[in-house]
Write a protein that binds this ligand. Structure first.
Ligand code: KG4
Ligand code: ZN
Length: 320
């Protein structure tokens, strides 16, 4: 089964082609440089750039996979969540290709796509416990199949990626701030600045707005007092607390739900400290299948939508 998949929910336009779940190509056209001068994603600009780039990206994907468009047997695309203009561009292109070729069309959920992106290189053994950490979401999901899953905890306010990006902006770093903080944290002292550990009522929920506000207040105070901020130390201190909150809740969930596979998904799963912590949690709890996805499948990409589409096709065949 040859699947063409489109991911266009935010500022990356990506087309992947998969053959029976194997990635033949995963072209990602990033707009980061175009949005950087505005300090964040400008939704209208993102949709316009998707429109400008789509033809080139599709042609490049077909060329790299060495296929003609007529060989595509199914089309998947990100239906939600995301920026509405960006999503509409992906949906119209996907519908047009599917209608033209008379092949089935699969609308996909972006977050479920991130989770299944982790299964590209190593198949899931269910139940799966997934730590989702992206620019818009922070969730723990428990999955028994692509159709049977539940969110057992989630952020009550900001997402972890959003928090990284906002704190980075106050530190004067470029957008997206997550990778910048991660890089700087490696040479900083994680105990240099005191920051509050986020607290929530439900044991598996998260909260990042308190940590964000505490960081912004501390940065502003130091600026007012003409105190020099050591950016590497601040990054390391922030990252320590931000990741501890994830690790503590996820480990508790692992002990309670006893999954066969654990994984981490979403853009922030590219974070070096989170990757290390999830690995440690898996090893400490004797989990045989620990999946830390390749960096290419962490941030938004078409391959994850292709893999989710393949899973949806597999399960519908089983039901017939
Ligand atoms: O999944 P994603 O590409 O887009 C959404 O669906 O939101 O995630 C983007 C987020 C941004 O907030 C970005 O700063 C963050 O992922 N990110 C990181 C790292 N790489 C990307 N955050 C922390 N450390 C990283 N290495
Ligand atoms: Zn995403």
């Amino acid at each position: 089964m040859i699947i063409l998949a489109i991911e266009s929910s935010c500022d990356e336009l990506s087309i992947a082609i998969l053959n029976n779940g194997k990635v033949l190509t995963n072209i990602i056209s990033s707009q980061i440089k175009d949005h950087q001068k505005f300090g964040g994603v400008v939704p209208e600009l993102a949709a316009r750039l998707h429109l400008e780039n789509i033809e080139f990206v599709i042609k490049s994907a077909l060329k790299e996979a060495d296929l003609s468009i007529n060989e595509i047997e199914a089309v998947g695309y990100t239906q939600t969540p995301g920026l509405i203009g960006s999503l509409i561009v992906g949906k119209i292109i996907a519908q047009t290709i599917a209608r033209y070729l008379n092949v089935p069309l699969y609308p996909c959920h972006h977050i479920l796509g991130h989770i299944y992106g982790a299964s590209i290189e190593k198949e899931f053994v269910y139940p799966v416990l997934a730590m989702v950490v992206s620019g818009g979401h922070t969730q723990i999901q428990l999955l028994n199949s692509v159709e049977d899953y539940e969110i057992i905890g989630q952020t009550q306010d900001d997402a972890i990626g959003e928090c990284y990006d906002k704190v980075a902006r106050y530190l004067g770093l470029n957008y997206p701030g997550g990778p910048e903080i991660d890089k700087l944290a490696k040479s900083g002292n994680p105990d240099a600045y005191k920051l509050p550990i986020p607290k929530t009522e439900n044991e598996f929920d998260f909260s990042y707005s308190g940590l964000k506000t505490a960081c912004i207040n501390l940065i502003n105070k130091m600026k007012q007092n003409n105190q020099k901020i050591n950016i590497a130390d601040f990054s390391a201190s922030f990252q320590k607390i931000a990741v501890e909150a994830i690790a503590e809740k996820f480990e508790k969930a692992v002990k309670k739900y006893q999954p066969k596979t654990i994984t981490v998904a979403g853009g922030v799963s590219a974070n070096s400290s989170i990757r290390q912590k999830i690995m440690e949690i898996g090893e400490n709890n004797q989990i045989n299948n620990i999946i830390i996805p390749k960096l290419e499948y962490c941030t938004d990409n078409g391959a994850m939508i292709g893999k989710l589409t393949q899973e949806m096709i597999n399960i519908s065949k089983k039901l017939i």
